[in-house]
Design a protein around this ligand. Sequence first.
Ligand SMILES: [Fe+2]
Length: 267
Amino acid sequence: MNIKEKHLFGEVEAYKFGFGPFGPPLMSVFLYYLDGLVIDTALSNMQKHVIGALKEKKPGKVLLTHHHEDHSGNASAISRYFNIKVYGHSITADKMKTTFKIRPYQLYTWGKSQPVSVSSLPAVVETEKYKLRPVHTPGHSSDHTVYLEENHGWLFSGDLYLGEKIKYFRSDEKFKDQIDSIKMILEYDFDALFCAHNPVPKNGKARLTKKLSFLEELYGEVQRLRFKGFSEEEIVKALGNEKDKLVKFVTFGNVSFAQMVRSAMES
Ligand SMILES: [Fe+2]
């Protein structure tokens, strides 16, 4: 069962895609379209549908929040089909130079990203109507970048938010960097959080503030137990999170609550 839906948040168009050949998709993702800008490109397993949805538009540029395959999956295809450039952080550019390795669950859920040339971001990305400021927000990944439209109070937040109480990390996520990035972005004014998996069109700043509190609390707890001499395994047990069992199984442990604890301990 595949997902392709279009949602409208005022002038921001959101396209939701998901791929599930044997049932509902494990996860879906949003691609945003705004005045000629395509912000993230969804999964390559849905390439035909993604190109189909954009055909009626006139995309002039692609912006990437980060290189993960559910965001960069169709960057190369869109760039070639519409003959347009892809922009992103210099680390994103490095990652996208070649095909990067993904795990079986990623291949099944999303598909591979093809290499594409990623141009460096200007200080402000301008369209006819809007001005988007790229802000580097490492933590979820080292290249993670969000796009802020200050006049309208919109934050295209990639995977910075995801939810108030997240239950697991990928192995490459950095706990302390996420806290620092969220703190930094909360200094700016915005209300809508155009998250790549969970859009929050109103009160987005309050929701992101709640995520920050949750992360800080969990970080404190992990440190408290660590100084008491608890091992990683003991901390995971003490802070109990049974909800990651399925995701841990499907991802062979690459995504889990233990990865969150590990990252907090390493920070
Ligand atoms: Fe991601």
